[in-house]
Design a protein around this ligand. Structure first.
Ligand code: NDP
Ligand code: MG
Length: 332
């Protein structure tokens, strides 16, 4: 079982003795910076001018500087930039300021795991990955609580990196909920696998294929949308609150019988073999290489084409119309 750290395992004084640079004031960046500041940590925010995030940092009372300046001034540099731009920004603006003894932190292990960033010897490297989007990291902290996080140490020349990382976790609220020890490899590989197979890729493919099946069979798209998309959240909320059996306890016996007998016909041995293949592509770095190439060499051209095509799908038009009928749904 995993090692989990709580408040008593972390000493806030370690991070309070350092200057922390938070690179990026986006989803994670703004939450880390505000929580650190509220915990009495000396924080420098790096945020480029011109975007909404810059205005937000200023409004929140920070004086944003460049990535290079923040990296030069800080002892702990937390990289909260999009994963696909980190390597280029690192080479230009972070690496020149990485003297021995400094510590580099990440919110996701992608660039370290796949060797896109290879910090010099003498630099400590840790991972602090909140298991929630930034606005929740901030809101729960402000409410006196926290969200669970993952911690890992990749390089530890100072031999104090885990203690420093846990101190950082305490300052952003992680140890209030629990901080699970992992490795960069485990965090990165499971994260990519999860989003591809279940959370993003799997679920959208399941919704869309079932919706298309009903519509092609002549059923009205509006009715198909409710069955194959809208009700997904009600079911997932129940699973989230009490597990698979709690959800099954809440549905009819008819639905539960259909679940046991038909579910395994949808996710078959063939699907499981494909899952293993996707996992192998994650582990070997094949997926990472493909995505970095698409993001850099190809300037995300295929990616944007796929996004455009997906926006035009029937299910999206039907869904937009139906969501207007449901006053309690927040506008996306
Ligand atoms: P966002 O897209 O919300 O924010 C990215 C930030 O980086 C923005 O401040 C953006 O500024 C800045 N930025 C983008 N490109 C550049 C560039 N070329 N040079 C300088 N600054 C740039 O990212 P997230 O907060 O979602 O992700 C940050 C990290 O946290 C990633 O490693 C991610 O995997 C990880 N993470 C994210 C989670 C989430 O739920 N969002 C959860 C856990 C980890 P600008 O406004 O100017 O574009
Ligand atoms: Mg994830």
């Amino acid at each position: 079982m995993a090692r989990i750290y709580y408040e008593k395992d972390a000493d806030l004084r370690l991070i309070r003795k350092r200057t922390v640079a938070v690179l990026g004031y986006g989803s994670q960046g703004h939450a880390h910076a505000l929580n650190l500041r509220d915990s009495g940590v000396d924080v420098i925010v790096a945020q480029r001018k011109g975007s909404e995030n810059y205005r937000r940092a200023v409004k929140d009372g920070f004086k944003p500087v460049s990535v290079a300046e923040a990296s030069e001034r800080a002892d702990v540099i937390m990289v909260l930039l999009p994963d696909e731009v980190q390597a280029a920004v690192y080479r230009e603006d972070i690496l020149p300021h990485l003297s021995p003894g400094k510590t580099l932190g990440f919110g996701h292990g992608f660039n370290i795991r796949f060797g896109l960033i290879d910090p010099p010897k003498g630099v400590n490297v840790f991972l602090m990955a909140p298991k929630a989007p930034g606005h929740l990291v901030r809101r729960t902290f402000a409410d006196g609580k926290g969200v669970p996080m993952l911690v890992a140490v990749e390089r530890d020349p100072s031999r104090t990196t885990l203690r420093l990382a846990l101190s950082y976790a305490k300052a952003i609220g992680g140890t209030r909920a629990g901080v699970i020890k992992t490795t960069f490899a485990e965090e990165t590989e499971t994260d990519l696998f999860g989003e591809q197979v279940v959370l993003c890729g799997g679920i959208t493919a399941l919704i869309k294929s079932s919706f298309d099946t009903l519509v092609e069979a002549g059923y009205q798209p509006e009715v198909a949308y409710f069955e194959c998309c809208h009700e997904m959240k009600l079911i997932v909320d129940m699973i989230n609150e009490g597990g698979l059996q709690w959800m099954r306890y809440s549905i009819s016996d008819t639905a539960e019988y259909g679940d046991y007998t038909r579910g395994p016909r949808i996710i078959t041995d063939r699907t499981r073999r494909e899952m293993k293949k996707i996992l192998r592509d994650v582990q070997s770095g094949k997926f990472a290489k493909e995505w970095v190439r698409e993001a850099t060499v190809n300037k995300k051209r295929n990616f944007h084409k796929m996004r455009k095509a997906a926006e035009k799908e029937l299910i999206e038009r039907v869904g937009a119309k139906l969501r207007k009928m449901m006053a309690w749904l927040k506008k996306g």
